[in-house]
Design a protein around this ligand. Structure first.
Ligand code: UD1
Ligand code: CA
Length: 475
């Protein structure tokens, strides 16, 4: 059977009062990513972009921030399915939100609906749920799970084993509140059944809201098949309503990716105190120290060793490279067999070739470093291109900024060619270029380009030594 076209409606209009925050709930971050981004990226993997299916995101509170975040996901290619937005100015309930969303024209015959606060529901769960919905020839399905105390969640009602509907916590009797199976806030509906039910939906309940889960009882009365599909692992349906649940969701996601990496052969010294995002990948024989966080699309090659207290995000690291304690790196690429840190800072746009050494208290930004070059201590290199075989002494600075905009640039480039030797405590004032093989004497402030190869540059005042003067001075 051909898969029906399934649009994905995401409910993200609420403020999330219980978060006690001014940030719209779905923008709160889990593992460094807004929880809505995590959910949408996962669901996108289960959507065939050629099927004609699209995302329909219902926004209300913080609608500009939420839509901007989602557009960012599209622009960066992190989601491929097209997106439309539905503005729900007043939050009259989940049923009302879906009804508004369905006003958009669509080719779909089926609609999946997700609460926006489900960062742990993965693509695999969605695929399984779609299959179960099709297999049961269901017109309306929800995903449920069971926990010891289902708190404020809507309870799944069954007569014997037969699913009959959902009762919201606020409307539930004491006996119903003891039910441990709850509605996880993930649904698949046959479009006609859904439109029909939403058209007749009332808000006569404790919250005076239009409850989407009322669709189930209505569909049942119309003799349609309905399904409560039970997920045995409750983690995947962990909704986030407050800061405690946000922290729980985050540790569950971190645990999941640590387990995946250990499965792939990474040794993590202390998995409970290591924070690895879901998209981190590693080759064979890698080791990661405690209190380190690694996020974004960071890729470790084989035999990469990362120390303790490091913070890496969107970094590619070549085979055999060692990143020592307390190193911070973002949007950078390191070659093979490099040694960086401890306490080195790599800002976006750093590129290290192979066998590079970057030592303690070195900061790099928009800078490329050639192979076999060492910058071992206390230096800043910004907007620079450094060749191979260069030795940069202690305390070197590229003076890339003088507060003046020239040729439309605020920052200026420094180019240091191959095999240059820079003594300690030197500066180059950009824009500048140092020809290959040149030797810069310690304590030099170099302001003019060095055009000829193998030049010696001394840019410091001559030493004056006056014998006996110290004695006189003390008197
Ligand atoms: C909802 C379900 C409940 C289920 C729970 C799972 C209803 C009535 N109840 O409860 O059965 O157990 O989810 O987490 O649906 N939203 C809108 N517009 C609105 C109202 C809500 O977009 O008018 C969005 C919210 O931003 C949120 C989602 O819908 O992302 C769910 O809303 P929330 O208030 O958290 O639902 P619950 O009352 O917890
Ligand atoms: Ca000096």
């Amino acid at each position: 059977m051909k898969n029906p076209i399934t649009d994905v409606v995401i409910l993200a209009a609420g403020l999330g009062t219980r978060m006690k925050s001014d940030t719209p709930k779905v923008l709160h971050r889990v593992c460094g990513q807004p929880m809505l981004a995590i959910l949408m990226e996962e669901l996108d993997r289960a959507i065939d972009p050629r099927s004609g299916a699209h995302f329909n995101v219902v926004i209300g509170h913080g609608r500009d921030e939420v839509s901007e975040m989602v557009r960012g996901l599209q622009k960066s290619g992190r989601i491929k399915a097209p997106v439309v937005f539905t503005v729900q100015a007043e939050q009259l309930g989940t049923g009302h939100a879906v009804k508004l969303a369905l006003e958009h024209p669509s080719k779909a015959s089926q609609v999946a609906v997700f609460n926006g606060d489900l960062p742990l529901f993965g693509a695999d769960c969605f695929s399984k749920f779609l299959e179960a919905h099709a297999a049961a020839r269901s017109s309306a399905s929800l995903a449920s799970t069971t926990i010891a105390d289902a708190g404020q969640y809507g309870r799944v009602l069954r007569k014997g084993m037969t699913f009959t509907g959902v009762v919201e916590f606020k409307d539930a009797s004491a006996a119903q509140r003891r039910i441990r199976e709850y509605n996880g806030g993930v649904y698949i509906f046959d479009l006609k059944t859904l439109v029909n039910a939403l058209g007749k939906m009332k808000n006569k309940n404790a919250a005076r809201e239009f409850y989407l889960p009322d669709v189930f009882e209505m569909a049942r009365k119309l003799k349609k098949n309905i399904l409560a599909y039970h997920f045995d692992n409750p983690t995947v349906l962990g909704g986030v309503n407050n800061m405690r649940e946000l922290a729980q969701a985050q540790s569950a996601l971190y645990r999941r990716s640590a387990e995946q990496l250990m499965e792939d052969g990474v040794f993590i010294h202390d998995p409970q105190h290591t924070y690895l995002g879901p998209k981190v990948r590693a080759g064979r024989g890698c080791v990661i120290g405690p209190f380190t966080s690694i996020h974004g699309e960071t890729v470790l090659g084989d035999r990469v060793r990362i120390g303790a207290h490091c913070e890496l995000s969107d970094v590619q690291i070549g085979n055999g490279t060692v990143v020592r304690n307390s190193t911070v790196a973002e949007k950078s690429v390191f070659g093979k067999d490099c040694s960086v840190g401890p306490m080195a800072h790599f800002r976006p746009g750093t590129r290290l070739a192979d066998n590079v050494k970057i030592g303690n208290f070195v900061e790099l930004k928009e800078t490329s470093i050639g192979s076999n070059t060492a910058v071992s201590h206390l230096s800043y290199l910004g907007d620079a291109e450094v060749g191979s075989g260069v030795n940069v002494g202690c305390g070197f600075v590229t003076c890339n900024y003088d507060g003046v905009v020239r040729d439309g640039r605020r920052k200026h480039r420094s180019v240091i060619r191959d095999n240059v030797f820079i003594g300690s405590d030197c500066q180059v004032v950009a824009p500048i270029e140092i020809a290959s093989g040149s030797f810069i004497a310690s304590g030099s402030t170099v302001t003019d380009t060095v055009k000829e190869e193998d030049s010696l540059v001394v840019a410091r005042t001559r030493q004056v030594t006056k014998s006996g003067y110290a004695k006189k001075y003390r008197k």
